[in-house]
Write a protein that binds this ligand. Structure first.
Ligand code: NAI
Ligand code: MG
Length: 352
């Protein structure tokens, strides 16, 4: 029986994950497939419970699972801890690295019924449909870091090996082959040596994918172009930190950070989580948008279990509730009727 490890984590993670699990169970109940769901603590919640952000039992449970569903981790109460103990570093980066989830896939799509609620102009956004592929287990987030006194200083080292670059670029080329065959590789090759190696390898690989039109763009320009004319992009591939920042920006091209889902793949396993964090400012108030997590659950069915029809059912249900006018606060304009996290989950279940 396929196993799903469920890791709600902190803040709104505790509210959005139950909605995604309800939706998954409802869809799976109508198939012959039987799945086992097992909850594990992670992040600050795990620190409170067992004194460790990534308990061994959680890591082991994820290793043994076929797929992992994660909410979010972190909160200001744990900000003072050293990096080796903090939820974001010890738990989230630890899990990504520990299970080798190197390929993070973030689909950015403007759902037509959200056009009017966007903070950007409709003609810029109408038809936005792209995928950002972010390298997830290398770069500066995982480099050696440290501090010195006298003079007071700190450093974070950025390193990429050929193998790390090659495998994420291959993911980019393969994704482009399945879509419009346009791949934009985003780097900072005018300044960073890691980016120069990145660009070299991209150009080498391009010879193996003659059908793909490869372009290169500097990350600062990419940030501007994403807002100026997002429809020029189809597949973007980039390193860890650039992808982190660009996808928060790109989330607004899909209406809200509360809409941006993600799949993180290792080649043998997948982890699925919304792109946003634990949103302490709205946590515990039934205000969070659960749709990014529900859409991440759809990605799980697609990528980990090959259940394309069921993934599409969830995605259609989400589009339907948005057409019906259901809006959490992050998607609402003046005059919209705002629903809570649970009511949004109810609406998706009803639409299914
Ligand atoms: P955040 O993504 O949690 O929140 C940014 C803003 O977006 C906030 O105003 C929040 O209310 C809003 N927001 C986020 N998700 C939402 C949703 N589903 N529905 C409605 N509004 C939503 O980023 P922030 O505030 O920078 O970080 C908060 C904590 O989360 C920090 O501890 C941070 O380290 C952690 N974090 C964890 C991540 C993860 O677990 N994958 C990713 C990003 C941040
Ligand atoms: Mg982020």
């Amino acid at each position: 029986m396929p196993k799903i490890a469920v890791l709600p984590g902190d803040g709104i993670g505790q509210e959005i994950i139950p909605q995604a699990v309800r939706v998954l169970k409802a869809v799976l109940a109508e198939t012959d497939a039987e799945f086992e769901f097992q909850d594990y603590p992670i992040g600050g919640a795990a620190i409170e419970l067992v004194g460790k952000a990534l308990p061994d039992e959680t890591l082991q449970g994820c290793r043994e699972a076929d797929a992992v569903l994660l909410g979010a981790v972190g909160g200001h109460q744990w900000d003072h801890l050293p990096a080796s103990e903090r939820p974001e570093t010890a738990a989230l980066l630890g899990l990504r690295k520990g299970l080798n989830f190197y390929a993070n896939i973030r689909p950015v799509r403007m759902i037509p019924s959200l056009l009017a609620t966007s903070t950007l102009k409709e003609n810029v956004l109408d038809g936005v449909d792209m995928v950002v592929i972010r390298e997830l287990t290398g770069g500066v987030y995982f480099g050696e870091k440290g501090r010195s006194d006298n003079p007071r200083s700190a450093y974070d080292k950025m390193t990429y090996s050929e193998e790390e670059i090659r495998r994420i670029l291959i993911q980019g080329f393969e994704t482009a082959m399945l879509r419009s065959k346009k791949l934009c590789s985003v780097d900072k090759a005018n300044v960073l040596e890691t980016s120069r190696l990145w660009r070299e390898i991209a150009n080498e690989l391009a010879k193996e994918y003659p059908e793909v039109e490869l372009t290169h763009m500097y990350v600062d320009n990419a940030a501007m172009q994403l807002v100026r004319n997002p429809k020029q992009f189809d597949v973007i591939v980039t390193e860890n930190m650039f992808g982190d920042i660009l996808t928060d920006l790109a989330s607004m091209l899909g209406g809200s950070i509360g809409m941006l889902s993600s799949a993180s793949l290792s080649g043998t396993q997948g982890m699925y989580e919304p792109a946003h964090g634990s949103a302490p400012d709205i946590a515990g108030k039934n205000l969070a948008n659960p749709l990014a997590t529900i859409l991440s659950a759809a990605l799980m069915l697609r990528y980990s279990f090959g259940m394309e029809a069921e993934a599409l059912r969830i995605e259609s249900a989400v589009e339907k509730v948005l057409e019906q006018g259901y809006r959490t606060g992050d998607l609402a304009q003046a005059g919209d009727k705002v629903v809570g996290t649970i009511e949004m989950g109810d609406a998706v279940l009803a639409a299914l």
